[in-house]
Design a protein around this ligand. Sequence first.
Ligand code: GDP
Length: 667
Amino acid sequence: MSRPAGPPRTGAPRTGTGFGAPRPGAPVGNRPPARGGGGPRGSQRKVTRRRRRSVEELEPTQMTTWQPSTAPVPEGEIIIERGSTAKDVGPKLNRSAADLIRFLFLQGEIVSAVQALSDDMIELYAAEVGASVRLVDPGEEQEAALLARFFDEDELDAEIPASPRPPVVTVMGHVDHGKTKLLDRIRNANVVAGEAGGITQHIGAYTVDWNGHVIAFIDTPGHEAFTAMRARGAEVTDIVILVVAADDGVMPQTIEAIDHARVAQVPIIVAINKIDKADANPDRVLQQLSERGLVPERWGGDTITVEISALQGLGIDELLEQVVLVAEVAELEARAEGRAVGVVLEANLEVGRGPVATVMVQKGRLEVGDPVVAGAGWGRVKALVNDRGQQVKWAGPSTPVQVLGFSEPPLAGDEVRATDDLSQARELGEARAQRVRLVGYQPIAAGSGTRLEDLFEQIQRGETATLNIVLKADVQGSLEACTESLRKLERDEVRLVIVHRGVGGITENDVQLARASGATIIGFNVRPDRRSRELAESESVSIRTYEVIYKLIEELEAAMLGLLTPVYEEVVTGEAEVREIFRVPRVGAIAGCFVRSGVITRGSRVRFLREGVIIWKGTVSSLRRFKDDAREVAAGYECGVGLSDYQDLKEGDIIETFEEREIPRSA
Ligand code: GDP
């Protein structure tokens, strides 16, 4: 820092007041003169002081310019970032900040020119001046403007008529009910003998040709993936196959899947699986489904149900037939020519191939050589690979393809768009990358998070806890699904901040980051290597790994419930009266008791009471009925209680056992 020389700036005499007092030990005569460079110490302090004043405070605000209320507002949709200030918003609507502030003031809202406005405030003012605004997330403004400029979908859709397209199906259901088996069964049945060695490539989705009907399946089963896609605005599924095991019935994830499909307004076809099993009970499943509002056709409802065995290949044709029927009713259409639009199902970085994204084309025709953009990734399509591992020249609606050529892997759920030229793709991709840098990686103050283990304590102090998480997963799809699920766990007392998330194993970097931000590391299908585990141990960073999303959610939820202000109440479980004390060699004292109420259980917590006063607290170390060890002794019986720690019981003392029970939180 360069030391200022010469006269202090304006205002120095005033701000200098109070700083001129002689420092201890400094000769009074040494006081710096008010002007001139003779007082380095004094003026340095002043400058530091002034630097600390906020920039906003010093900035001139033009409060006094007004626009006539009849001034025209810009036409068309005006894009405004959420959290903009009056100074930003005013000029965009051809008004001054002062106009906006005055308007809000009259509505009873007092804001300054540099204060972030709420969505409501911006919308209210836009309505007042008759402007049409669209609010976007911070950093998204440039991107939204580019999208509007590059893609006029309506025009293209009007030009090229839509034609029928195959349905896209997602298989959902409770864990272990046979989703994977069913997907495998359908895929394998479709492999044409001899073709590409009969091996289908796992690319996250595949199509089958069933009796001349093409059907696309998304190969990442589970409603988490489905929800994650939808959360990102990707409505990619036309039909949901809900798998319910006939031997297990409707389970929590079955219900969740039903709910998600309903919200998305996607038709459900129920596949009652595992009918080969001896304990299969399809009728019970139908009954349970009816209770959830899915009344089967044969009971007069409109829910299609098909009994299958994914293991033995029974009922698969009937199931596919129903899919085709439902698709026909839905009259699915898309334009098959022109600039392609699609959704990223999965993406990762592959050795030797670079960023690879599995894309479900939704409309148009994606061709090799097309400039494309998805998320922050952009480039020219280098190659398209279909679900059989074959290179193809193009892909049309409802076709999943692997796309090679992106500058970086996009995220699952990102929209993919072919652009007219490469510069558009680049501009859009870079605008997004910029936003990710701005918004996605805001540094978190070191140690600001509460660790999972400390949550409870913090909440007990009545504070809102912030649970910082470093999330690592095996593939992009599961990363999205985990993120989505974690978000749902948030509640008033616990805020969840994902400090960092990424695909790949848990590294030393992750541990460092977790330590710096007080985060818990969550790994999904990934594990820490030895070095990061050791680092985590030495830095006391906790790492939790899971292999099933359901388990992750269940455990965190349980942990949070347990941690969220648990209310304990003490429940007395048994009461016994001391009748006699026996001294047993090598064992010590044994209290011969009579159980007055409840049960006395070995290992339970006890307190000894003498005339209502607690004289000792501990645990029942041994419990006997006559000569035999007993686990518990009920009211009305006599027993011997071992007193290893406490020897001074007397006749007439009371032994009370108790436990603490958590009172469940009301939701
Ligand atoms: P997911 O978790 O829903 O994907 O379930 P999986 O497809 O992994 O199946 C879970 C278990 O159920 C596996 O051991 C399968 O072999 C078994 N399974 C799946 N379908 C059937 C079936 O139709 N009959 C029987 N008996 N077992 C099945």
